[in-house]
Design a protein around this ligand. Structure first.
Ligand SMILES: [Zn+2]
Length: 416
């Protein structure tokens, strides 16, 4: 059985699109359905790839608005970590679903998560039907007992059943060089390498992190991570704000991928990602929202606009960070970094896409729809979301929305 999308606008032309076995199978002026095919009349909505959010902490959706406007370490230690101590698997399951509700409504088909309780997160992802990279987070605060426990937890994670391998990829993560021992970083990196898994790390987010690392280890976080074997083509570094030329050389040499999170970096006054310089150095870059507690939105629309505008200001060049390039960073680049054969509307590619309502002032006039998406639109334009060929949302509504709301409201009572 196929899914036929009738009356779709693709690249400003009207067409029909057939989706079969999770992939775009045909794009033509008219496609006649076979018996048993599901037909959706898109009513002249425009089709675009969905977004790939390459760095977030989904369950932190339950912490949005807590302890805003503080310095990073005070915010983490006074507001976030004590509250997270009250989180259990059920709370994290619900927080992850709440985040996915927000992400689906803003056109996101994939998120790379860094959090705790992987079984609960994978269950939530499988139920919502989005894609995700679910990681176990190396985090030991340099205490030997915690290092040993985490190593056991990583071993258990490798054996943990993946409820939907088509949608979910298991990855390893290191929280940061300021929270994780060299022993655990090395173990996690080696395990990722041995199992051909991706490695997700917060790195060089703040100036303080870099200064402290130089004092402690005599080198930058990037150089330190390289010395521990943590950098390679399957390593994704989140933030990477404070990079010097030597760091950039190491990143390029090791084919490391970077994820920029502009809203979080701005809100925490961490600094500005050197987008234009890093693109010119041929770094591969994706886009992420970071968690709800430091953004506080999970919308990639906000992130695209800020990513572009901050890069223009930084380069003092309005031709830097063009809308088309930023849209590619949020879609195709993200999919490619995560090894997902998607991110573009093309026959043969996995069918991850959104249908966008053009009868919206944000999308009119349509001189340049990509410009509208990057500079003008918000999540209200997203009508339909399709992930891996399946309809996740129609009319901006998910089928299980009421249930997620009820669960999220109940969960708040347990953490406050
Ligand atoms: Zn983060």
């Amino acid at each position: 059985m196929s899914l036929i999308l009738k009356n779709v606008i693709l690249n400003q032309k009207l067409c029909d699109i057939k989706i079969e076995k999770c992939r775009f199978a045909e794009i033509a002026p008219t496609i006649f359905p076979n018996a048993g095919d599901e037909v959706v009349d898109a009513g002249r909505k425009a089709i675009f790839p969905g977004f790939y959010n390459l760095h977030t902490h989904a369950a932190m959706s339950l912490l949005k608005g807590l302890g805003d406007d503080k310095e990073l370490f005070s915010w983490l230690s006074q507001d976030i970590w004590p509250r997270e101590a009250k989180f259990n698997a059920d709370i994290i399951y619900i927080g992850t679903k709440l985040a996915m509700l927000e992400m689906a409504k803003s056109g996101t088909v994939f998120f790379s998560d860094m959090y705790f309780e992987q079984a609960a997160i994978m269950k939530a992802v499988a139920e919502m039907g989005l894609r995700a990279a679910v990681s176990i987070v190396g985090f030991d605060m340099f205490e030997a007992q915690q290092t040993a426990q985490k190593i056991d937890a990583i071993k258990a994670f490798l054996d943990l059943e993946n409820p939907n391998p088509d949608l979910i990829q298991k990855v390893l993560a290191v929280h940061s060089v300021y929270t994780v021992s060299a022993r655990l970083i090395e173990y996690t990196a080696q395990t990722a390498h041995d199992n051909n898994m991706m490695l997700h790390i917060h790195a060089s987010e703040t100036k303080k992190e870099v200064e402290d690392c130089k004092k402690e280890h005599g080198c930058s976080p990037i150089s330190y991570l390289e010395s521990l074997g943590a950098l390679g083509p399957r390593t994704v570094l989140a933030h990477a704000v404070w990079l010097d030329d030597a760091d950039i050389d190491i990143i390029v040499k090791n084919k490391v991928k970077l994820v920029t999170n502009p809203s979080s970096n701005f809100k925490l006054a961490s600094g500005m990602f050197q987008l234009d310089k890093l693109r010119k150095a041929n770094c591969v870059i994706g886009l992420g929202t970071d968690g709800s507690a430091s953004n506080n939105s999970l919308s990639m629309f906000d992130e695209m606009k800020l990513c572009s505008l901050s890069a223009k200001i930084q380069a003092s060049d309005p031709t830097a960070a063009k809308a088309e390039d930023i849209f590619a960073i949020a879609t195709l680049n993200g999919a490619e970094i995560m090894g997902i054969d998607a991110g573009i509307i093309e026959v043969g590619k996995l069918a991850d896409c959104m249908l966008v309502n053009l009868d919206n002032p944000q999308m009119f006039p349509d001189y340049n729809p990509i410009s509208n998406l990057v500079y003008a639109a918000d999540s209200s334009i997203v009508d339909t979301l399709i992930c891996n060929g399946k309809i996740i949302m129609q009319n901006h509504q998910l089928p299980n929305e009421a249930e997620v709301w009820a669960q999220a409201k109940a969960a708040l009572k347990h953490i406050n």
